[in-house]
Design a protein around this ligand. Structure first.
Ligand SMILES: [Mg+2]
Length: 367
C-alpha cells in the first residue's frame, strides 16, 4: 500500500488571546500564530500538521515549507515519513538547522503521521501503542509574571477548585525576593497537597539561580523550569548539582543531541521535550526513549497543541502529566481536547488532531 502526496498547502493565522494579556520574563503575549500544513493525497485522506509561535515570525517557517519542503514531499509516498524528514532537513541545512527550519519540518511531519493514523483508522495514541488510558493535566493558566499576589492566589485557588492539583507560577521578577514571596503566598493559599512548579523563562544568571533556586525547597516547589539560557548546558549542570529542586528544561531545545548533552551530564531532572520544536513525533519518541533510559520523568512542554502531547503521553510510560494552557483559544481546533477533574479526555477520532477550524482560518488568516 502506498499513499501519494498530490499537493502541499500552508495557511498562516494570527489568533488573539481571549483573556488578560499574558506575561513571563521574556514575553508579553497578546496573539498566537499558527501555521497549518495541509497534505492532499491520492487516497482521499488529507493530512493536517501545524506549528505555532507566540512571538511573531512564524512566516519564516511557512517560507521554508512553501519554498523547500513542498517540493520534497509532492509526488512521494506518505509512508516514507522518516526518509522524507531526512530529505527536508538536508534540503536547506546551510540556511537553518534549528529554529524556523525545524519548526517547518515538524509541521509537515505531523501531517505525515496524520495520514498514517487515518489510513489505519486510529487516533495517534492507539496507533503508537497505549501505556495509559488517563493523562493527568497541570495548569499554567494562572501565575503570570505581572499578576498581583492577589491575582496569583485567586487563579491558583480557582484552578484547584476545578480539579487541578498541580499549578505553575512564573518567576523572573526584577527582584528575586519578590518571586520568593509570591511562591510563599500561593503555597499558603493552596496548602501542602497541591504541586507548585516554577518557570523562569531563561531570565537568571548562574549565581542568582543557585541562590534563589536553593530556596525553592522552602515551599516544596516541584521543579524549577528554564532558569537560564537553553544553550548553556554547563551552567545548568552546576545548578543541578547545587540545589535539590529538580531542574526542568526542553521547551526551547530543538535537537535530540542537545537533550543528550543535558541528560548525560545530569544538567536536568525533568525532560520537557516538545515535538513542535524537535523535528516532530519521531524525534520526540527518540528523546523520550533516552530520558527513560536515564530514569528521568518526561513532562512535555505544550501550550496550544495539547492534543498532540496528550496522545504522546498516553503512549509513553514515563510521562507524569501534560501542561494545560491558553484555554481561552481552545475552540480554534476541530474536536478540541478537554480536561475534566484534572485529567485529559483522550481523543477517539483517527489522526493526530491538529486541524484548525474553517472559521478560525476565515477569521484570522494573514498573508
Ligand atoms: Mg516554560
Amino acid at each position: 500500500m502506498s499513499i501519494t502526496i498530490t499537493d502541499v498547502k500552508t495557511i498562516l493565522t494570527r489568533v488573539p488571546l481571549n483573556q488578560r494579556t499574558i506575561t513571563d520574563s521574556q514575553s508579553t503575549v497578546t496573539h498566537v500564530e499558527f501555521m497549518q500544513v495541509v497534505l492532499q493525497t491520492d487516497a482521499g485522506i488529507t493530512g493536517y500538521g501545524m506549528n505555532w509561535s507566540y512571538t511573531p515570525g512564524l512566516h519564516a517557517a511557512q517560507v521554508m515549507v512553501d519554498d523547500h519542503y513542498a517540493a520534497v514531499l509532492k509526488g512521494q509516498d506518505a509512508f516514507l515519513r522518516k526518509e522524507l524528514v531526512r530529505r527536508m532537513f538536508f534540503s536547506n541545512h546551510f540556511v537553518g538547522r534549528v529554529g524556523a527550519a525545524r519548526v517547518g519540518i515538524a509541521a509537515c511531519e505531523f501531517a505525515l503521521w496524520d495520514i498514517a493514523c487515518k489510513a489505519a483508522k486510529l487516533p495517534l495514541w492507539k496507533y503508537l501503542g497505549v501505556a495509559k488510558e488517563r493523562v493527568k493535566a497541570y495548569s499554567t493558566d494562572g501565575g503570570w509574571l505581572t499578576w498581583s499576589v492577589d491575582d496569583l492566589i485567586r487563579d491558583a485557588t480557582r484552578l484547584v477548585e476545578r480539579g487541578f492539583d498541580a499549578v505553575k507560577i512564573k518567576l523572573g521578577r526584577p527582584d528575586p525576593r519578590e518571586d520568593y514571596e509570591r511562591i510563599k503566598a500561593v503555597r499558603q493559599a493552596v496548602g501542602p497537597n497541591v504541586r507548585i512548579m516554577t518557570d523562569v523563562n531563561c531570565a537568571w544568571t548562574l549565581p542568582i539561580a543557585k541562590l534563589w533556586g536553593s530556596r525553592l525547597a522552602d515551599h516544596d516547589v516541584f521543579w524549577l523550569e528554564e532558569p537560564m539560557k537553553p544553550e548553556d548546558v554547563r551552567s545548568h549542570q552546576l545548578l543541578a548539582e547545587a540545589i535539590t529542586t529538580p531542574v526542568a528544561i526542553g521547551e526551547t531545545i530543538f535537537t535530540r543531541e542537545a537533550f543528550r548533552d543535558y541528560i548525560v551530564s545530569g544538567a536536568c531532572g525533568i525532560v520537557q521535550a516538545d515535538a513542535t520544536k524537535l523535528m516532530g513525533i519521531d524525534e520526540w519518541l527518540e528523546v523520550a526513549a533516552l530520558a527513560a533510559t536515564y530514569n528521568l520523568p518526561l513532562i512535555p512542554h505544550t501550550n496550544v497543541q495539547q492534543k498532540l502531547h496528550v496522545q504522546l503521553a498516553a503512549a509513553t510510560p514515563t510521562v507524569m502529566m501534560v501542561e494545560h494552557c491558553y484555554e481561552s483559544i481552545e475552540a480554534i481546533w476541530e474536536e478540541p481536547i478537554t480536561v475534566k477533574d484534572g485529567y485529559y479526555q483522550l481523543p477517539q477520532e483517527p489522526g493526530v488532531g491538529l486541524k484548525l477550524t474553517d472559521a478560525t482560518i476565515a477569521k484570522y488568516r494573514v498573508g
